[in-house]
Design a binder for this molecule. Structure first.
Ligand code: PXP
Length: 254
């Protein structure tokens, strides 16, 4: 690790998803712990962006959090959102730095798979254009598959975020070695394909201290978005420590 290699733009950005601070707050219905305070700690600790997912059922982040979080730090806000008219209107009102379009099913516990950008071209095209025309950086949360990257190209998305859930899952299998290698190869190949076609690749979902480094080592990736694990670790060691530690693991992997 030489200082040059960590200079922007080579540095891999860390977007911290603070949804689950709101999950804990909402468990009691009050205002503690406040996601705004989490955003401020992330900023102090060296996070590069704040990510929030405003879900249809508002189970964690709520509408009033958006504005408060957006103004809590100087960090860019990445709004994860379903491809619905309601969410597009909210994004256009708030003008986050980036909007990551994710698939959303009410009954799922988390975003379980990637967006079918290939199968939903006609539905996504006007949404991508409206957000992009307003100056919001649009990202599509997709599986690391050629047809999805090609669909993102056709839609004119400047960014894709690869769903690392399959990789994270493989890492947990007792004999997961082979599947881990397969998933890493898919991520690396698709990151290269994205860059070749002028798309900036990001990745996220299920990343932990144990599994982040092989993903962070993929040179084309520009950003990782990590949430649940960091908030979980924060319970034991504090959010600042968790962000600093993740940041260091990512830097060391480059
Ligand atoms: N990126 C996107 C697009 C997501 O939807 C999520 C989960 O909300 C994440 C990253 C973060 O995943 P995790 O909470 O498992 O770190």
């Amino acid at each position: 690790m030489t200082p040059e290699r960590l200079k922007p733009p080579e540095r891999l950005r860390l977007g911290v998803n603070i949804d689950h601070v709101a999950t804990i707050r909402n468990a009691r219905g009050g205002d503690h712990p406040d996601p705004v305070r989490a955003a401020q700690v992330v900023s102090m600790a060296g996070g590069d962006g704040i990510t929030v997912h405003l879900r249809e059922d508002r189970r964690h982040i709520r509408d009033d959090d958006l504005l408060r979080v957006q103004h809590a730090t100087g960090l860019p806000l990445n709004l994860e959102m379903a491809a619905t008219d309601e969410m597009v209107e909210i994004a256009l009102r708030h003008m986050p730095h980036a909007a990551c379009i994710v698939p959303e099913r009410r009954e799922e516990r988390t975003t379980e798979g990637g967006l079918d950008a290939a199968g939903q071209h006609n539905r996504l095209a006007p949404i991508v254009s409206r957000l992009a025309d307003a100056g919001i950086r649009v990202s599509l949360f997709i599986a690391p598959e050629p047809r999805q990257v090609e669909a993102a190209m056709r839609l004119g998305a400047p960014v894709v975020e690869f769903h690392t859930g399959e990789y994270a899952h493989a890492c947990q299998e007792p004999e997961g070695g082979e599947n881990v290698a397969v998933e890493l190869r898919r991520l690396a190949d698709m990151a290269a394909l994205a860059v070749k076609n002028g798309i900036e690749p990001h990745a996220g979902h299920g990343l932990t201290y144990e599994n982040v480094q092989p993903v962070a080592a993929i040179p084309q990736l520009r950003e990782l978005n990590i949430g649940h694990y960091l908030i979980g670790e924060a319970i034991f060691t504090g959010l600042e420590d968790a962000v600093v530690r993740m940041r260091r693991l990512m830097d060391d992997a480059r």
